[in-house]
Design a binder for this molecule. Structure first.
Ligand SMILES: [Zn+2]
Length: 261
């Protein structure tokens, strides 16, 4: 009988204790300080801010230079800081008046995705997608030539990779090269001077003697000019990559995954 009472009391004590403990654990989890890298509160879903944008999120798909879905891309969507998204909306409105829509390949990129690129770059024999993205280069030089870096501006949340979609032809505007083409043909100054927007046809940097036409160069300049007009800065090696000049988080490399906010 005594044993039964003791057991009964022990069960009561454990139940009450567990309840109180659970309560405190719940409060702790609710109020724990969020690591700044995981805080998405200053970000927006790009298409909420720029409803006309077309998304083709290559790192969610397998059509990218790695050939698999990239870590951290849980949904085929794009996120940006509010400030970058607002500026991009202004770009979109400008270009819409000229008959173009923005087509987005990538925006915010979590650090875990960049880490995935680095692991891929270190695995030199894996050249599954070489014919599409780097046929003229040996994979072993990608890291040295900074095509792949351990840190990316995209991870700070105010950088976007994009091209233009022509509403008249219902096709992408011909930029004379694809997004994520590793090579000097992707440089904004390939075959022309982006400062003066003059086409020169100078293709000396291309290892395979590739070239772009005056029209393709001009198309790259339409995108560049609109982006620069609304506070973005260009990147010297990729015509499709732009970062907000006054980015709100210049020192934070975020790591929350890409999915609708
Ligand atoms: Zn980029």
């Amino acid at each position: 009988m005594k044993k039964t009472i003791l057991l009964f009391l022990a069960v009561i004590a454990l139940t009450i204790g567990g309840g109180i403990g659970g309560h405190y654990l719940h409060e702790y989890l609710r109020n724990r300080p969020t690591c700044p890298e995981e805080d998405s509160s200053q970000f927006v879903t790009l298409t909420d801010a720029v409803p006309d944008a077309i998304l083709e999120i290559r790192y969610f798909s397998t059509y990218n230079f790695v050939g698999t879905r990239i870590d951290g891309y849980l949904e085929p969507t794009a996120l940006l800081t509010r400030q970058a998204a607002d500026s991009l909306r202004a770009v979109s409105d400008d270009l819409k008046a000229l008959g173009y829509r923005l087509k987005i390949y990538d925006a915010y990129r979590p650090q875990r995705a960049v880490d995935h690129f680095v692991r891929w770059a270190e695995n030199v024999p894996d050249t599954l997608m070489r014919q599409f993205f780097y046929p003229d280069l040996d994979k072993s030089v990608l890291f040295d030539q900074e095509y792949i870096c351990a840190k990316s501006g995209h991870t700070r949340g105010s950088t976007v990779d994009l091209t233009l979609f022509d509403m008249r032809t219902e096709k992408e505007l011909d930029m004379g090269g694809t997004f994520d083409w590793f090579g000097p043909e992707s440089h904004p100054d390939f075959c022309g001077d982006p400062e003066t927007q003059a086409f020169t046809g100078d293709n000396a940097k291309s290892p395979a003697g590739r070239s772009i036409t005056p029209e393709q160069f001009c198309n790259r300049m339409i995108l560049r000019e609109a982006m620069l007009r609304h506070g973005f800065k260009p990147f010297p090696t990729e015509w499709w990559h732009f970062c907000l000049k006054d980015e709100p988080f210049p020192d934070t490399y975020f790591n929350f995954p890409v999915r609708q906010l």
